[in-house]
Design a protein around this ligand. Structure first.
Ligand code: SF4
Length: 347
């Protein structure tokens, strides 16, 4: 009998613990703007990121991945739950309820890399200003010391320091993303939240950027929350993968286990859509019928039931809890044990 848990896999040595995090937006109606419901963009999500490891967060557009990242950073105020950052000096700090001084301290240790390297860099600032700004704003360095640190950071991400007086438009998409990474690393963070960092880049540049992130992780013992809709990309960088659907985690486990033997039909369908460069094998793509539901009006029971090829009557009545199906692998499906779901190499 598998264990029922409304929590997350046990992880030793975490840098970040997300516990029952919620981000709800009220739906109002009438002249008095009474709250008549909620859009549950992030609904009771628990995840743990170990030190020096990568947690890949995947799901279709609209599944709540980006909202989760912004809520973790307190760019959005959480509706409920906790976000525990394990600080080397101060011990565990709850980001979700931190005062402004604590929040400033935590944000120096948690940085974001954004999806669009074209939009995320100010076109009127030089690379020196962009990468050096966090050092000046946080009163860590001034003048020549900023230039020296920026030169060091540019070398770290594979750019030539003599380019620091140029503006972003002088760089390619891949180089701009490297500038974004250099800026994120300026304050020596321990955790980087990377939100679709390669999806705006050409395929050939994507691999270089992923290799850079992996190389930096090994050199600096960084931890990543790596967000992507692309399971092929996530497989290459992640130690643990969590699959989100309509604001909830529906499966989580080690990358190897989840890709070889998924325990949730949504994961199986996503895996079937990864292109594999083997012309001798014909893949059986599992088409997911319909659209991802509106989180303001989700289906009853299992949110995936209108699209699930294995749905049974109970699925529309009862919400499946996130359960440990096998050691370290959790899924929210009534029938995980009964279904013989196909892994990425079996489809
Ligand atoms: Fe499909 Fe039912 Fe499992 Fe939901 S609980 S994923 S509908 S089989």
């Amino acid at each position: 009998m598998s264990m029922v848990l409304n929590a997350k896999p046990r992880v030793d040595n975490p840098v970040l613990e997300i516990l029952h995090l919620k981000k709800y937006y009220p739906i109002t109606a009438g002249l008095l703007k009474r709250t008549v419901g909620y859009v549950k963009a992030v609904d009771d999500v628990s995840l743990t990121i170990p030190i020096g490891k990568t947690l890949g967060l995947v799901g279709e557009s609209g599944s709540g991945k980006t909202t989760l990242a912004h809520t973790v950073m307190r760019g959005l105020e959480p509706t409920g739950g906790m976000v525990i950052f394990h600080d080397q000096e101060r011990g565990p700090l709850d980001v979700a309820h931190a005062d402004p001084e604590t929040l400033r301290h935590v944000r120096r240790n948690m940085q974001m890399v954004f999806q669009d390297p074209y939009a995320s860099l100010n076109p009127r600032m030089t690379v020196l200003d962009i990468v050096g700004e966090p050092l000046e704003v946080n009163h860590i360095a001034r003048g020549k010391a900023v230039q020296d640190r920026v030169a060091e950071l540019l070398e770290l991400v594979g750019l030539r320091p003599e380019y620091m007086r140029r503006f972003p438009h002088a760089f390619s998409g891949g180089q701009r993303q490297r500038i974004g990474v250099a800026r994120a690393l300026a304050l020596n963070p321990r955790l980087v939240l990377a939100d679709e960092p390669t999806s705006a880049l050409d395929v050939s540049i994507q691999a270089q950027t992923l290799n850079l992130l992996k190389d930096l992780q090994a050199r600096l013992n960084l931890s990543y929350l790596f967000i992507s809709h692309d399971l092929g990309v996530v497989e290459h960088v992640s130690d643990i993968v969590a699959v989100m659907y309509v604001g909830r985690v529906v499966e989580i486990g080690s990358t190897r286990a989840l890709y070889q033997k998924p325990q949730h039909p949504y994961t199986e369908a996503l895996l079937s859509s990864i292109p594999r460069p083997d012309p001798t094998r014909k893949k059986r793509r599992i088409a997911i019928a319909g659209e991802i539901p509106d989180p303001a009006n989700p289906p009853s029971g299992c949110y995936f039931h209108p699209r699930c090829p294995y749905a049974q009557p109970v699925c529309s009545r009862e919400t499946p809890p996130l359960r440990e199906i096998q050691p370290g692998q959790f899924a929210a499906c009534h029938f995980s044990e009964a279904l013989d779901l196909k892994g990425v190499n079996d489809i």
